[in-house]
Design a protein around this ligand. Structure first.
Ligand code: ZN
Length: 684
């Protein structure tokens, strides 16, 4: 592993933090925490932790010993000083004299010791850091180390590879007992530069940030060299077997979502999002004839279990026909759920009053296709597949030098149901549309973006379909970070089909369609050229139909209902002069919405629409507002607020109305007006 310490980078950290009145030693602590946290072969997603011991003046002007320690669940790659809270060190050190300290007492003491009472909870490994008498302590779950120590003969391997450079700590669950045991082992030979925690990870320490970091890289490199000497027995040089046609996901993923969402006894019918990972390395791993054996032996380091469960689900569909997929997916997911329940019953005696977690898998291994991460959001699904990629790496290393072995099932259960591990997941938001995939056409225009913002606020995943490259380019970063944008001409059925296939591949399916794209064609109805009307029908009617048809196909496969929402227009019921070419297809779209409500209500699919009027947007731009105002002989302001409530209606109002309709579980076939009140446009 490359040592990435760079003196000029280090200096930059020092001067950057100096401006924030942060000490040089804490700046360097943050620097090497970033170096470690940005190396995915060392730690991922909240794993690992680092600390710094120093002193501070308290309010009584006394010098006290403190330790900065990573907050529980913070990500090392992006951590900043608020994630490295300071705790008073001396009370923590006193606990080394105790023979027992339960989790509640430990967490309570750690919180009491916080210098800033508002700071996040210090890491569950705080005491271990506190006991080691070094200024800097670093802890990672390095893949090369795990490959080496996840073995039946871990102790001998460690001794042979590292000789007396490290202390070796047998596996126990993190907390007070592990801290005491680690210190005891360190005390026996204080010349060691690190501790190997069997089946868990590695600690290094030093009196400078650089020393502790250098030692981490040194020990990881020794492990890498040892592993690289062995030929890889799991991943052959060439990928031999034929892979599954990628189109299979169009049928497979909606079915996976169907059986994940199936109501459980506790009434949960939550929606789930998928994340497919595939590359040569993954496919080689999945092709191995012994996959069923080594992939089921447990997590490569204990804290992965809260993200990916004790075991992944195996889904072999290499020789399956499409018509049999439903049966196969149902059988495999049901079996997984049953087995998870049995695992809970077998092990619940080891934890005080555990409540069973949902029984769904978090990871599917599908030979010929790839790894499928599963989560209540795309972010959680990606975490699962990130950890799965590390698992592929560690297990293939471990199997190449010996035999991969995880901790016993009982210990896996204790970590999975440990309240301090579960606390890391409590921060995950669960909102009314969490797990939903919402597709918005005309997504990067004024109204589309407003709709996106409102649906993001409700926790939904967002896909924006947009054909205007200028709009795509100018979509704000804050939306781009969350949503995916697909360039799509919604008046072209093939384009729509392709876009929906891409959405399935990215998220697993579709739950909400907001068919929003539209444009206003004008012309005196007795003279308007045929092409104008036809063009308007293409976008203002046919595009809605294409999107609905393709979405319905997916929704029916998922069997979890669905929501179709249309941006219609008040023109659909209240024609305006010279707006015939716009109003005609909009009236048809109103009818289209009702037709979908009628024919698909039996499947729990709801269809509703919005009749909005005079919304400032790409369609109703300043130029058009001026011309409409002039033709009515009123000012622009009066034109925009020319309604019963005398107030301008904004894109946000339309967006909020769409969310209201999405959440109205007993409403279908409805048109909601968002026009500030217009008695001639009221529906009868
Ligand atoms: Zn750890």
């Amino acid at each position: 592993m490359k040592n990435k310490w760079n003196s000029s980078e280090a200096k930059k950290y020092i001067s950057h933090y100096k401006k924030k009145k942060i000490s040089k030693e804490l700046a360097l602590r943050i620097y090497t925490t970033h170096l470690l946290g940005r190396e995915k072969d060392l730690v991922l997603h909240g794993g690992g932790n680092t600390s710094l011991k120093t002193s501070k003046k308290n309010i009584f002007k006394q010098n006290i010993n403190v330790m900065h320690i990573k907050g529980s669940g913070w990500d090392m790659g992006s951590i900043d000083y608020p994630g490295m809270p300071a705790v008073e060190l001396d009370p923590l050190l006193k606990t080394s004299k105790l023979t027992r300290l339960n989790d509640f007492q430990m967490v309570n003491l750690q919180r009491k010791c916080l210098v800033n009472s508002q700071a996040p909870n210090p890491s569950v490994e705080t005491l271990l850091h506190a006991f080691l008498p070094f200024k800097y302590v670093d802890h990672t779950h390095a893949s090369a180390i795990l490959g080496l120590i996840d073995q039946p003969n871990d102790l001998e391997v460690c001794k042979a590879v590292f000789s007396d450079q490290v202390g070796i700590v047998p596996y126990i669950i993190p907390g007070f007992d592990l801290a005491k045991l680690s210190y005891k082992i360190f005390s026996k030979d204080q010349n060691v530069i690190g501790l190997i925690l069997l089946k868990h990870g590695i600690f290094t320490f030093g009196n400078s940030a650089k020393e502790s970091y250098d030692r981490m890289i040194k020990l990881v490199t020794i492990a890498e060299k040892k592993i690289n000497k062995a030929s890889n027995k799991i991943l052959p040089k060439k990928l031999k077997s034929k892979n599954i046609k990628p189109q299979i996901v169009n049928d497979l993923f909606p079915l996976i979502r169907k059986y994940l969402s199936k109501k459980e006894k506790n009434g949960s019918d939550a929606k789930w999002v998928l994340d497919l990972r595939t590359n040569d390395k993954i496919l080689k791993y999945l092709n191995n004839p012994n996959l069923k054996d080594f992939s089921q032996r447990g997590p490569v380091t204990p804290d992965h279990v809260i993200r990916i469960k004790p075991k992944p689900l195996m889904l072999n569909i290499k020789h399956a026909r499409v018509k049999n997929l439903d049966n196969i997916v149902r059988r495999e997911i049901e079996t997984f759920k049953k087995n998870y329940h049995k695992y809970f019953l077998r092990n619940r005696k080891y934890v005080s009053k555990p409540i069973e977690l949902d029984t769904n898998p978090r990871l599917i291994l599908s030979p010929g296709l790839g790894l499928i991460g599963i989560g209540r959001s795309k972010k959680e699904a990606k975490i699962a597949s990130d950890l799965a990629e590390v698992t592929v790496d560690v297990i293939s290393k471990a199997e190449s030098i010996g035999k991969y072995k995880s901790i016993p099932e009982k210990e896996i259960f204790k970590v999975e149901y440990w309240p301090l591990e579960q606390a890391k997941l409590k921060k995950l938001k669960r909102l009314s549309l969490t797990g939903h995939v919402t597709v918005i056409s005309g997504g990067c225009g004024t109204i589309g973006l407003a709709i996106a913002r409102e649906f993001i606020r409700e926790g939904s995943e967002i896909v924006l379909l947009e054909n205007n490259t200028y709009n795509i380019k100018n979509t704000p970063q804050e939306i781009k970070k969350i949503a995916i944008i697909i360039k799509c001409d919604v008046t072209n059925q093939l384009d729509v089909r392709k876009a929906l296939a891409e959405i399935i591949r990215t998220y697993g399916g579709v739950d909400v369609l907001v068919s929003n794209a539209g444009a206003a064609w004008q012309g005196e109805i007795g003279r308007v050229p045929e092409k104008v009307i036809k063009d308007s029908f293409d976008l203002n009617f046919y595009a809605h139909q294409y999107l609905s048809q393709e979405s319905i196909k997916i929704m029916l496969k998922q069997s979890t209902g669905g929501i179709l929402l249309y941006n219609i227009s008040k023109q659909s019921v209240n024609p305006g002069i010279n707006f015939g070419p716009y109003g005609l297809p909009k009236a048809s779209t109103l009818f289209l919405m009702r037709q979908y409500a009628l024919e698909y209500g039996q499947y729990g699919i709801r269809a509703n629409g919005i009749n909005a009027d005079r919304i400032r947007s790409g369609i109703l731009n300043d130029k058009l507002i001026s011309s409409r105002a002039r033709s009515r002989k009123v000012s622009k302001k009066d034109y925009m607020s020319g309604n019963l409530l005398k107030t301008e209606v904004l894109a946000e109002d339309v967006a909020k109305a769409f969310v209201t309709l999405a959440k109205a579980k007993k409403t279908t076939g409805n048109v909601m007006t968002v026009d500030g009140g217009n008695i001639s446009a009221v529906l009868r």
